[in-house]
Write a protein that binds this ligand. Structure first.
Ligand SMILES: [Zn+2]
Length: 155
């Protein structure tokens, strides 16, 4: 699986050990695909296979998955809920956010990706989990609604 290999490469580059726990957490996270998930969701899914992973290990590894460019936090109005989503490393992900109502949407656009890759080339940067974030204010008439977005994308 491509995402697991990316995570292994990241761990190696960081000179961190590639443990079964880390790979299992990465596998579970990848399994959520485009759905939002929390560290608790990951923890709840552990132990289905042969071994149990401590909750603290799951939380620590969420940070690693973020650093590896595999997941990203999803901003929500609920400050108690730390939602994450998978970044698709093969693609440049564009995210557009309405600062007024908190609505967020992600999209991939080939033309846009091409231009981002040109920029990477120009600055001699190897593309790895590129995410472009566009922030804007509402336009009238304003129709964004955060709750609708979540209803569409949540499991
Ligand atoms: Zn809005």
């Amino acid at each position: 699986m491509e995402r697991i290999n990316l995570f292994k490469t990241f761990l190696n580059k960081q000179q961190m050990s590639v443990t079964q726990e880390r790979l299992e957490i990465a596998r579970i996270a990848a399994g959520f695909k485009e759905h939002f998930f929390t560290a608790e969701d990951i923890f709840a899914a552990t132990g289905r296979n042969s071994f149990i992973i401590a909750k603290s290990t799951v939380y620590r590894n969420m940070k690693l998955l973020r650093s590896a460019g595999l997941i990203e936090p999803v901003l929500t109005s609920d400050r108690n809920k730390n939602l994450y989503r998978n970044i698709i490393p093969e693609k440049v992900t564009c995210r557009i956010c309405c600062l007024d109502c908190g609505f967020e949407a992600s999209f991939n656009d080939d033309k846009f990706e091409e231009q981002v890759l040109d920029v990477c080339e120009k600055y001699e940067v190897e593309k790895y989990g590129v995410m472009v974030r566009i922030e804007g204010r509402k336009r009238f008439p304003h129709v964004h609604k955060e709750d609708k977005h979540y209803a569409d994308t949540e499991r």
